[in-house]
Ligand binder design. Structure first.
Ligand SMILES: C[S@@+](CC[C@H](N)C(=O)[O-])C[C@H]1O[C@@H](n2cnc3c(N)ncnc32)[C@H](O)[C@@H]1O
Length: 378
């Protein structure tokens, strides 16, 4: 057991060279950014007096950071839960270590996460941060998330969502994934669609307010609205991406047909879906988060927020990997990302780098126009 500092918290945790769920209580330092973003988001939304729930709390680090780092007006109650006895003991001692006294607003449970959620009266914020897939907890979480509440979902089974195992994606997420340069965005959008499908069964509409893909995981914060009509509107934004592996043409469509051909090179098109074709971010929330991030001296967080602030202004499903466009269209050399963004903007389109993949550009430009611009630079 070691004492670790993260954010404003100091806590004890088991450590091992290998981060694995075999640790007596799980803590992954790589997920610091995941916790940083959660603090940032809750501090940036216009919501006070929230009832927060951490059904999979482990060491308690996330909740302890909420207690120490969220603005005073934010928390009405905070509930920690973990099915592991060892984890619950650690949560209690870590709260003491941070001099957080048991008060009415702090509740600790030692239950299966589904039981914990279903026994409750509901929450304004539920944070699902599991090993692997969040599937096992989605139904209970959407049942217990309040109107205008926020549901946060992490998934670490990116192999299934990104097309390494097609059957696993079909089985677990009811969609076809695709292994290409923007497979992480496809995976993120498939996960969003799955969570929304579960919510729609309960006449709830889950709208992504902040989403990102990083290292081994996806993370999405959904705003919850209630009503059949709203849930129907969400379902209408589920569709497919068709993609040409030869010339990199891509398009979003509502329906797919067998043996569809690429309009440019006549090759057979691949497809992924159904997936969420709507926005990945609420632009206003992103702007507030970016402002808030600048107050915190954390380079990684500031960088992520700046990139997402720029890319959130562009409506596109997928992006262009510059080197791949050059290679597949037999162009001469790979232009610098910054120069290409400048030239795309000069031509009247929107363009920004994407947080999902290095040397790639999110833009509303068509592939044909992009190739023209790169040819001119060449
Ligand atoms: C990935 S860890 C959570 C990490 C934590 N949220 C953080 O930010 O450090 C998953 C935790 O969920 C707990 N867990 C797994 N399945 C559970 C279940 N069905 N009910 C309650 N807790 C569960 C495990 O004991 C483990 O502590």
């Amino acid at each position: 057991m070691e004492t670790i500092n993260e954010g404003k918290a100091r806590f004890k945790s088991y450590v091992d060279d290998k981060i694995s769920k075999k640790l007596p209580v799980f803590y992954n330092p790589v997920m610091k950014l995941n916790r940083d973003v959660s603090v940032l988001l809750l501090n940036s939304v216009e919501k006070d007096d929230m009832q927060l729930a951490l059904p999979l709390a482990a060491t308690g680090i996330r909740g302890i950071r909420f207690l120490l780092e969220l603005k005073k007006s934010k928390i009405k109650t905070i509930s920690f839960n973990d099915k592991s006895d060892e984890a619950v003991k650690l949560i209690k001692s870590n709260l003491r270590l941070n001099k957080i006294k048991p008060k009415d607003k702090i509740k600790i449970f030692n239950l299966d996460a589904n039981e914990f959620l279903l026994n409750s009266k509901g929450f304004d914020y539920i944070d699902i941060d599991p090993f692997g897939s969040p599937n096992f907890l989605l139904d209970s979480a959407v049942k217990r998330i309040a109107r205008n509440g926020i549901l946060a979902v992490t998934a670490t089974d990116t192999a299934a969502l990104c097309g390494s195992s097609k059957n696993a994606c079909l089985r677990k997420y009811w969609s076809e994934a695709l292994k290409n340069e923007f497979c992480h965005e496809i995976g993120l959008r498939i996960l969003i669609k799955k969570v929304q499908q579960i919510a729609s069964q309960h006449d709830k509409a889950l709208i992504p307010i902040f989403s990102y893909s990083r290292e081994h995981y996806f993370r999405i914060f959904f705003g919850c609205e209630k009503g059949k009509k709203k849930a129907d509107e969400i379902m209408k934004k589920h569709g497919y991406v068709v993609y040409c592996n030869k010339c990199l043409f891509r398009e979003t469509v509502n329906t797919i047909f067998n043996n569809e051909k690429c309009p440019f090179c006549n090759s057979k098109l691949d497809s992924a879906g159904k997936l969420w074709l709507g926005q990945l971010w609420d632009k206003k929330i992103v702007v507030s988060m970016n402002k808030e991030a600048k107050k915190i001296k954390d380079k990684e967080l500031i960088k992520l927020m700046q990139i997402i602030t720029d890319e959130s202004k562009i409506n596109s499903v997928g992006f262009y990997d510059i080197a791949k466009v050059v290679k597949h269209n037999k162009l001469k050399y790979v232009p610098k990302k910054e120069l290409l963004i400048k030239e795309i903007k000069k031509a009247g389109f929107k363009a920004a780098e994407t947080h999902i993949r290095p040397n790639s550009i999110r833009s509303d430009i068509t592939l044909k126009e992009l190739v023209k611009i790169i040819r001119k630079i060449n």
